[in-house]
Design a protein around this ligand. Structure first.
Ligand code: SMG
Ligand code: MG
Length: 393
């Protein structure tokens, strides 16, 4: 056992990190997911495993990195995150010795600029291990009180309105509480109008994934008449001013996703009037604790928030559900059931109740873990970032 392990044994709460491993998985999607920036047919993700040893014993934890194979949704991408975890984040985390808690992860990684999705995965894995060692649930640790949360569903761009409606009706039959339509130039107003006409009472929103500009104002004025719950990320991620100029012209709330990378961003966007709703994703903002801070900033300003999705496996979905149980999360999230994405997930599936509600994991840590056999079947590469007592390259 190394020096950091011994010091952890002496403390009550500290946890020494003994091993960090990355596992890349590729899981077929039940249907392709198309947005304004491309199509995904399988889910590839880096799962981070952290083995820790603390005053209360040994525990392992898992976290999921939501960086996509290509840097379209954000500048991060999967292979970059893999390298980042190896070269910088793993060493930055372990060089400081035993950890007093998950809050120290962000502090140790802060000197690395950006790379939030990679940081979030490591923080989640440490938090899972640390909480499991204490027998504490992530939702409770974050301050969540609810044990079930309402869920919405995000519907990819489909070849025709008919196909989209068929898919949507299937989700509504299952109980989803809100339907989000992906839009892109050329597949926007007529699609949303047709869906609205077919489903006059369904809570509907649209997500443009930054595909438009202020010059498209007439489109948004037309969408404004369709009784949408919100319009998500119409303009570029760095265009807060453009969003503020659009929001004053619309009755429909603008929801920001890609634009909000931190609690500081959230406060600025709210103060500028760039949005009236925020989509929180722990990966996009650098971790679950920053996600909680965004929740707090928005709650203090009476701005509703909801928890987004990145087509996560059960490992990431469990974190999203814990966050969704926070008191300021007042709108259904993109926290859909596992079967909306996968025939088989790496964990036990998350199942939507017929009433559109999903149970928040009720056991310690993130509450789920990869099934060893399924993990093995979906794994395309593995690599050890850190092992106690073993020198790095
Ligand atoms: O997890 O159900 C899901 C997907 C939700 O639409 C969704 N996510 O911009 O909000 C968003 C997109 C980003 C997906 S990029 C892979
Ligand atoms: Mg979005």
């Amino acid at each position: 056992m190394g020096a950091s392990g011994r010091s952890a044994m002496n403390g009550d709460t500290a946890m020494a990190i003994r091993r960090i491993e990355l596992v890349e998985v590729a899981i077929p999607l039940v249907r392709p997911f198309r947005t304004s920036f491309g199509e995904e047919r399988e889910k590839r993700a880096i799962l981070v495993r952290v083995d820790g040893l603390g005053g209360v014993g040994e525990a392992s934890g898992w976290g999921e990195c939501v960086a996509s194979p290509e840097p379209r949704y954000s500048e991060e991408w999967l292979d970059g995150a893999w390298l980042m975890l190896h070269e910088y984040l793993g060493p930055a985390l372990t060089e400081g010795g035993a950890l007093e808690g998950p809050h120290e992860v962000g502090q140790r990684l802060r000197w690395v600029r950006g790379h939030r999705m990679a940081k979030a995965a490591l923080e989640a894995a440490v938090a899972d291990a640390w909480l499991r060692a204490r027998g504490e649930r992530l939702a409770a640790y974050l301050g969540a009180e609810r044990d079930r949360v309402p869920c919405g569903v995000s519907v990819g761009i489909a070849p025709s309105v008919q196909e989209m409606l068929l898919e949507i009706r299937g989700y509504l039959d299952r109980g989803y509480a809100r339907v989000k339509l992906k839009i892109e130039p050329g597949r926007d107003l007529h699609v949303v109008r047709a869906v609205r006409a077919a489903l006059p009472a369904t809570p509907l929103s649209v997500d443009a994934n930054a595909a438009y500009r202020l010059a498209d104002l007439p489109l948004f004025e037309a969408l404004d008449d369709l009784g949408l719950v919100m319009i998500e990320q119409p303009f570029a991620h760095d265009d807060l001013l453009g969003h503020a100029k659009l929001q004053v012209r619309l009755a429909t709330p603008i929801c920001l996703d890609e634009s909000i990378r931190s609690a500081v961003d959230a406060a600025a966007a709210i103060e500028l009037g760039a949005c009236r709703v925020i989509n929180i994703k722990p990966g996009r903002v650098g971790g679950l604790l920053e996600a909680k801070r965004i929740h707090d900033v928005a709650s203090e300003r009476n701005v509703p928030v909801w928890i987004g999705g990145m087509l996560e496996t059960g490992v990431g979905r469990s974190v999203n559900l814990a966050l969704a149980a926070l008191p300021g999360v007042t709108m259904p999230g993109d926290t859909s059931g596992s079967d909306r994405y996968f025939r088989h997930d790496v964990t036990e599936p998350f199942v939507l109740g017929g009433d559109g509600m999903m149970a928040v994991p009720a056991t310690p840590g993130i509450g789920v873990e990869p099934d060893p056999q399924r993990l093995e079947a979906f794994t395309i590469r593995r690599s050890v970032v850190f092992e106690e007592g073993v020198e790095g390259p």
